[in-house]
Design a protein around this ligand. Structure first.
Ligand SMILES: NC(=O)C1=CN([C@@H]2O[C@H](COP(=O)(O)OP(=O)(O)OC[C@H]3O[C@@H](n4cnc5c(N)ncnc54)[C@H](OP(=O)(O)O)[C@@H]3O)[C@@H](O)[C@H]2O)[C@@H](O)CC1
Ligand SMILES: Nc1ncnc2c1ncn2[C@@H]1O[C@H](COP(=O)(O)OP(=O)(O)OP(=O)(O)O)[C@@H](O)[C@H]1O
Ligand SMILES: [Mg+2]
Length: 411
């Protein structure tokens, strides 16, 4: 059971809250108000928008069933955690569980292990990252993992970074999707070849990490007047890996297309919000790849669009191309951001719902979140039991309602 304090800090529930609030909005007018208040949207999304959007997300959420066994719906590994930083790997790993993974592992330095273990019994913590056989120790687990999140709280110790380099090599050899964040990006800036062309890599730099990476890879400062082009160019220079530049507007590119998410999130700028994102993304990337294009009307990009919630900018003015126009290319290989499938035309300027809200709100405790998540997965028709589940929850957790109403962070 996640302690109250743990739940308070582990605001990964924001993703569950975001998913549920969107779902709630589909189930009847009284809930619109909750949604509108909760996410302080400049304009309430049309129910239709969200229905389409949410349906795409629902399509990738693996249905709960009594025939499944433990771990089948997601086993995520977080590589990070050192003497200084123990919170970041915790935030990332607990986010993966709250979004819906079955198991969450943390591979960290020995000094960080007892601390992270103390945060939550839910996490399987391996104190191996600073051991001489670190790569072999982690490699033993790779066949059991569906995705890795590399970097939260990693720090910049050379020996650790060398071990992580070996872990990334071993993960690529097994075609495991990797989300690379924080000091994992420090490593990539030192050795871009490490992930060059690996289409199952998603990089999630913040403002600072992006400019460092851009400088290291493109040998020069980024053009702050052309943020879309900068993200596109960095992705192309890294062999079309998916790059997500986090910021007031999240800008995503796979080197062919640029997506922008300007949906309002939490106005707090506290430590850990990027960690929540990377952990959540670890699960969702696995589910998206598992679901495949047939579950997302033919294009994973629609799904990425959905998961991330963004509007497609139909053209990107870049120096290289000197033009602005729809970037429609036939996807050459399965990678995370496919161009929109022909039958699903992007609605220029049409905003789709960001389900990965960064609202740090007091989430329900883990079991409660799980049961709510259960309803989301099961409740494909009416929201009755989902609403009931939420109502059951809120009297015990008035703060959930309050924060839903205010969309405020409480970290
Ligand atoms: N509880 C834990 O264990 C946590 C651990 N964490 C771990 O910490 C490690 C380092 O991560 P990080 O993000 O603190 O360092 P980094 O990104 O190099 O920034 C350094 C400097 O860049 C600047 N700067 C940053 N953003 C900016 C912006 N938007 N716009 C402009 N400037 C900006 C800013 O400089 P300043 O404001 O001081 O001028 C900042 O001081 C990493 O492993 C991570 O996982 C964190 O996840 C948090 C929770
Ligand atoms: N200036 C901003 N205004 C609004 N939202 C922002 C802003 N900056 C970042 N965000 C949102 O917060 C999320 C986390 O971004 P942030 O820059 O805090 O990551 P980070 O620095 O890696 O966090 P962490 O402290 O976990 O390492 C982003 O996905 C983005 O949507
Ligand atoms: Mg970060």
């Amino acid at each position: 059971m996640v302690t109250r304090a743990g739940a308070a800090t582990a605001v990964a529930g924001a993703v569950v809250v975001a998913l549920l609030s969107a779902a709630l909005a589909l189930y009847g007018p009284p809930l619109d108000a909750v949604l509108e208040r909760a996410f302080s949207l400049r304009k309430a999304h049309s129910i239709k928008d969200m229905e389409n959007t949410l349906q795409l997300v629902r399509n990738i959420i693996p249905p709960l069933s009594s025939t499944k066994h433990k771990g089948q719906d997601g086993r995520i590994g977080v590589v990070g955690g050192c003497q200084e930083y123990t919170g970041a790997p915790y935030f990332a790993a607990i986010s993966a569980l709250k979004v819906g993974a079955d198991l969450s592992h943390v591979f960290c330095a020995s000094a960080a292990a007892p601390v992270i273990k103390a945060y939550s019994p839910e996490l399987i913590v391996h104190p191996v990252l600073d051991s001489p056989n670190a790569v072999r120790e982690v490699e033993k687990w790779l066949p059991r993992l569906h995705a890795l999140v590399v970097g939260p709280g990693l720090g910049r110790d050379d020996a650790l970074l060398r071990n992580v380099q070996g872990i990334l090599e071993a993960s690529k050899a097994r075609d495991i999707p990797v989300v690379i964040d924080a000091d994992g990006l420090w490593l990539v800036a030192q050795q871009p070849a490490l992930i060059h062309g690996y289409r199952k890599a998603v990089l999630t730099p913040n403002h600072m990490e992006f400019s460092r990476l851009y400088d290291a890879v493109l040998r020069g400062p980024m053009d702050s007047d052309d943020s879309h082009g900068s993200v596109l160019r960095l992705s192309q220079a890294l062999g079309n890996v998916t790059v997500v530049q986090k910021g007031e507007r999240d800008i995503l590119s796979n080197g062919q297309q640029v997506l922008v998410c300007s949906q309002e999130g939490s106005s707090r700028r506290c430590g850990g919000q990027g960690d929540l994102l990377s952990g959540s993304l670890g699960v969702l990337v696995h589910w998206a790849l598992l679901a495949g294009p047939e579950k997302t009307n033919g294009g994973i990009s629609d799904l990425k669009l959905t998961i991330w919630g963004s509007e497609i900018e139909t053209g990107v003015k870049t120096r290289a191309q000197g033009s602005c126009g729809p970037q429609t290319t036939t996807p050459t290989s399965p990678h995370l951001l496919l161009s929109p499938s022909p039958q699903v035309q992007p609605s220029p300027g049409g905003r789709v719902w960001r389900l990965l809200s960064h609202q740090a709100v007091q989430p329900p405790s883990l079991p409660e979140a799980r049961s709510l998540h259960h309803h989301l997965r099961h409740d494909r028709r009416g929201g009755g039991s989902l609403q009931q589940a939420l109502r059951n929850l809120s009297p015990r957790r008035p703060e959930v309602n309050r924060h839903l109403g205010r969309g405020r962070a409480c970290v």
